[in-house]
Design a protein around this ligand. Structure first.
Ligand code: MN
Length: 132
């Protein structure tokens, strides 16, 4: 498999690679991408205008929200991120992770609003939450 595009540092922490499957286009504005995260890598905080579906193809995916809750999903599992909810997703600190991300965009593009990075402290809290 090709490595894909390196995901931009202004939106991700650590090394993340993106293979677009489909870019949003009128009229459906469906978009899909395979996103691969190295250990410790994660997205910035962000939200999706029309929500998002994540299907994990490899490893363990952590999904954190502003209330401090963290959901752990494994390869073969699907998670829906509600429209407008601020969240982040990423690998654990010891595993590679890959997921297919599905969104329906808006007139501005893929409908994602990008925010600030997940701090090392927030990420450490998430790891401790899921490890018990
Ligand atoms: Mn998302």
């Amino acid at each position: 498999m090709e490595a894909g595009e390196k995901a931009p540092a202004e939106r991700f922490t650590g090394d993340v690679y993106l293979n677009m499957i489909e870019a949003p286009a009128e009229p459906a504005r469906r978009a899909a991408g395979l996103v691969r995260f190295t250990p410790g890598a994660r997205t910035n905080w962000h939200s999706h205008a029309n929500g998002q579906v994540l299907y994990v193809t490899d490893g363990v995916d952590l999904v954190g929200t502003r209330d401090g809750s963290v959901v752990r999903i494994s390869a073969g599992q699907t998670l829906k991120c509600p429209a407008g909810e601020e969240h982040w997703h990423g690998a654990t600190d010891t595993n590679l992770m890959a997921h297919i991300a599905l969104v329906v965009g808006d007139r501005a593009g893929d409908g994602t609003t990008w925010l600030e990075p997940v701090t090392d402290g927030q990420y450490a809290d998430a790891l401790s939450t899921v490890s018990g």
